[in-house]
Design a protein around this ligand. Sequence first.
Ligand code: T3D
Length: 266
Amino acid sequence: MADTLPKLLIENDGAVRTLRLNRPDSLNALDDELLTALGRAVADADKDKTVRCVVITGAGRGFCSGQDLAAVASRYTSNHPIELGSHLRERYNPIIARMRTIEKPLIASVNGVAAGAGCSLALACDIRIAAESASFVEAFVNVGLVPDSGSTFMLPRLVGVARALEMAFTGRKVAAAEALQIGLVNQVVPDDQLAAATKKLADKLAGLPTRAIGLTKRAINASWRADLDVQLDYEAMLQTTAGQTHDHREGVTAFLEKRTPKFTGE
Ligand code: T3D
């Protein structure tokens, strides 16, 4: 049956923008229409100064089941050679790259299973908060594929090489409790408290100095390809920028005046 609902719901709550994948019948599988909408929504949130924290979550019982395999069924019934690289380069890679460079905090609120590229989507967020019933599946091997959409980059950095390889080789389901234990998620909460816990964290992050947070993300991303001397210099450069923000001046002034700072994100 064709989808009749918008495949991506965009919700604003103060300075927090939530992007809700909305194809619950397929556990929010990614077809081209949803990928296009998600790519646009991440870019829009990046450009919109009123947005100071972005949440990605799923409707229904799944977070995201990765590539919609039903939508590409025709590949497997024709004799044409299958070429997946161009699909990734065109559709997935720009979204993941933008998620890693958007200079505002990005939270995955993982409400259910995150599989294949859906797992990669969660990994590309800055912080993961998971419901107790959520799980993570590097499902690629189950369909004879290599982890993509950044999983081979993010996963070993989060959980270490041995665990990353084991998850990728076996394609087994990692439950939320184990995900917390191995550093794959930051927090696990009872299912009925996920929305409230996500809101609490998102509101907190949205009220912080957004420029400093963005520059921090830039610095930590850069550290993966730098040596210490280069990184020290980069920190000094970014601190010059942070030092010129309104929020830096406000933070120090508020401290000296013994009051709570009012950060504006500028
Ligand atoms: O261009 C390219 O192809 C390259 C890009 C590749 C990136 C990738 O993401 S490759 C990996 C693709 N994803 C998968 O292989 C995951 C497939 N799904 C599953 O393994 C399982 O569904 C889950 C582990 C995610 C969840 O299992 P479970 O038992 O909780 O649910 P279920 O019963 O399997 O699924 C519920 C429904 O969602 C079901 O539909 P139905 O029978 O109720 O009508 C199922 O077919 C549908 N569904 C789940 N995943 C997908 C999907 N439909 C389309 N595509 C899916 N990926």
